[in-house]
Write a protein that binds this ligand. Structure first.
Ligand SMILES: NC(=O)c1ccc[n+]([C@@H]2O[C@H](COP(=O)([O-])OP(=O)(O)OC[C@H]3O[C@@H](n4cnc5c(N)ncnc54)[C@H](O)[C@@H]3O)[C@@H](O)[C@H]2O)c1
Length: 403
């Protein structure tokens, strides 16, 4: 297939592009390198030293003998650039990772709130409009998030995107409707993904676009089979207060002798998936496109659910680190339960990698190798959800004084 990977320089997009290229697809990466620009703005760096995009692509050509094309287009701002590229490539499928994806960054200030909505909604809408304008039948696979469902923990299994509801009409008779699962976004970033859903619902129905929306959990892990082939292919590892996900924070803290900073009680339960499974799931979704005219297909892309404290305890049991509870900068429930169906990918044959089985060998190895690049100053979360919240603080290193 000819596949365009929008956001293919990013944490999920880069390994996905490599895997699709290895599988024999003709891959074009489209990225405006905004994550690298935001790293500069925040004064942070990936723990792993990521090569620039030209070096990455040259290394891939060297080790695999395959080439991946790259185009620097801002798909939110440059509609004409996106449209002419789609027309030139005429893709069979488009994988859309190209959004601002950090919840804390989206809550930082008015400028980042506006940027997140402008960027994410325009990116998605431009893509949909261009597919319609060019009358392309490409299958669109979008990376959404489990966070759109909210974390109310009502003790039932969250379905894959849709909910059957029953309402009484004026005569008191029951009528049933299948509706998008009501969203409960916990940040402006999650809000942008909730709005994406409506755009997909409309264009799947109105223009019969073939769309799969993957509601993904928090991704952990760094390397895949392909990114391991050369140092210039290494994937990014974000651990800063904005882009670093919770497990990455715990891992760098543990390896560098800091206690693991658990926000609040740590009772918040979230969905997790390994980066290797992200790549597998996208490949599976591409291999099973919905027929034209079907509603947007929503698939939950998660391997397991774990509480933040549970994840911290797991890392502590492997590394001997201690736990430190710090103020939670987010506005969220202290604790919640979370169960969500991952039936579709299970049925398609996914045997997910679980934290308990794979944490030690793979991810810690990467963190150990690059620990000399660790900067403790960038770890604390400085984005506050509300004015009342106080920022979390990184305690001193174990043995280094007060904790
Ligand atoms: N990483 C996770 O844990 C996670 C979890 C759930 C969902 N997701 C979703 O997966 C997708 C990819 O996430 P990621 O972790 O790889 O993020 P990332 O920031 O590393 O990658 C996104 C890429 O998109 C590019 N981009 C952003 N806006 C663009 C634009 N307007 N035009 C062109 N390129 C643009 C960025 O430069 C970046 O390279 C996101 O949509 C995110 O919401 C990620």
């Amino acid at each position: 297939m000819r596949i365009m990977v929008l956001g293919g320089d990013g944490f999920c997009g880069w390994p996905t592009a490599l895997r699709l290229s290895r599988d024999g697809h003709e891959v074009t990466i489209v990225d405006n390198l905004s994550h690298r620009r935001i790293d500069g703005e925040l004064g942070v760096e990936s723990l792993t030293p990521i090569a620039d995009i030209d070096e990455r692509l040259a290394a891939w050509q060297r080790v695999s003998g395959r080439s991946i094309a790259f185009r620097n287009v801002d798909i939110a701002q440059d509609y004409d650039g996106l449209r002419s590229l789609l027309s030139e490539v005429d893709p069979d499928a488009v994988v859309h990772f190209a959004e601002q994806r950090a919840a804390p960054y989206s809550m930082r200030n008015s400028a980042t709130k506006r940027y997140t909505i402008d960027n994410n909604i325009n990116a998605t809408h431009n893509l949909l409009v261009a597919l319609v304008e060019l009358d392309l039948d490409a299958h669109l696979v979008h990376l959404g998030t489990m966070g759109v469902y909210g974390y109310s923990g009502d003790g039932f299994e969250i379905p894959e995107g849709y909910l059957d509801v029953s309402v009484s009409n004026t005569e008191g008779q029951a009528a049933t409707r299948c509706i998008l699962y009501p969203t409960q976004p916990g940040s402006v970033y999650h809000l942008s993904k909730s709005l994406d859903q409506l755009l997909f619902q409309f264009y799947a129905r109105n223009d019969r676009l073939r769309i799969t929306d993957l509601h993904q959990g928090i991704v952990w892990g760094t390397q895949t089979e392909e990114t391991r082939l050369d140092d210039a292919l290494v994937n990014r590892f974000d651990y800063d207060g904005d882009y670093g996900t919770v497990l990455n924070r715990f891992l760098v803290e543990a390896v560098n002798g800091y206690p693991l900073t658990v926000h609040g009680s740590g009772g918040q339960t979230r969905a997790f998936i390994n980066i290797q499974d992200t790549v597998r799931c996208v490949a599976l979704a591409l291999a099973h496109p919905p027929p034209r005219g079907e509603r947007v297909r929503i698939i939950n892309q998660l391997a397991e659910t774990q509480s933040v404290k549970g994840v911290a305890e797991l890392v502590a049991s492997i590394t001997g680190a201690q736990l430190a509870h710090v103020d939670n900068p987010r506005k969220e429930a202290e604790s919640n339960s979370l169960q969500a169906s991952n039936q579709t990918f299970r049925t398609l044959g996914l045997e997910p990698i679980l934290l308990r089985d794979a944490l030690l060998n793979e991810t810690l190895e990467v963190v150990e190798r690059f620990k000399h690049r660790f900067n403790p100053d960038v770890v604390p979360a400085r984005s506050l959800w509300t004015r009342e919240n106080r920022p979390g603080v990184l305690p001193d290193p174990i043995g280094g004084g007060a904790s």
